[in-house]
Design a protein around this ligand. Sequence first.
Ligand SMILES: Nc1ncnc2c1ncn2[C@@H]1O[C@H](COP(=O)(O)OP(=O)(O)OP(=O)(O)O)[C@@H](O)[C@H]1O
Length: 259
Amino acid sequence: MTATFALEGVTRRYSVPGDRPWRRVTRTAINRIDLEVPAGRDLAIVGASGSGKSTLLRLLLALEAPDAGTVRFRGEAVSPRSPGALRRSVGVVPQDPGSSLDPRLPVGASVREPLECLGVGGDHGARVAQLLDAVGLDPAVAKRRPAAFSGGERQRIALARALAPRPDVLIADEPFSAVDPTTRRRLVALVGDLVRASGTQLLLVSHDLGIASRLCADVAVLDAGRVVETGPIAAVFAHPSAEATRALLDAVLPVEVMG
Ligand SMILES: Nc1ncnc2c1ncn2[C@@H]1O[C@H](COP(=O)(O)OP(=O)(O)OP(=O)(O)O)[C@@H](O)[C@H]1O
């Protein structure tokens, strides 16, 4: 079966300000990555801050082109100019999804927008109502603007928007970071239920290894722009082979009770 995504020798560099105002230096954000994401396997991408997770997602989404190597979606090379079937097949939940909603638009219109942009047929109003219901909101709230909702509710709306065109793949970049732990727990369960019910493949970037292991079967660990470890998440976390994986696991704080 063709892999959902395949990266072959992918490198992405940025030119950033150097130690003098007139100097620029090259930073390699993604360094010759080879990675296959098999169809139907939910993948967590984890790594320390600055390891290249968000850059990797932008390359997978063909929002940026690699400086070297090839990104394939279902076997077809993709780039910002020719994303192929990618835009139609992949939904995105951005970082801090709640604040990604257009503040001027009623939330129902935000959920409906991708249906219109992608020319999806059917009764859009009914689909919006169904989605709001699926994320635990009363469809009657569709007329309200984002400011009328809590952070957790806005994240639910962003999730409904990403799932509206029934994408085969959902890519989410730290989607749970901007909410309190109780809301986060509920949202994690909701995402798990929704992707399972719809058969959507999830690619998740998360700092939270607990969330990653709850939602994903596989993990890819990034360190300084390289994939240093991949495999089934339970096996990798139980027996990490890379120093970067051990460091991430060691950094998880257990609850300590004073007294
Ligand atoms: N547009 C850009 N211009 C310049 N440098 C960039 C750009 N995007 C990323 N970088 C650099 O590339 C490296 C990887 O960044 P990236 O945001 O992909 O890491 P990350 O793992 O997602 O980090 P975080 O967990 O903090 O979001 C960093 O050194 C970052 O400063």
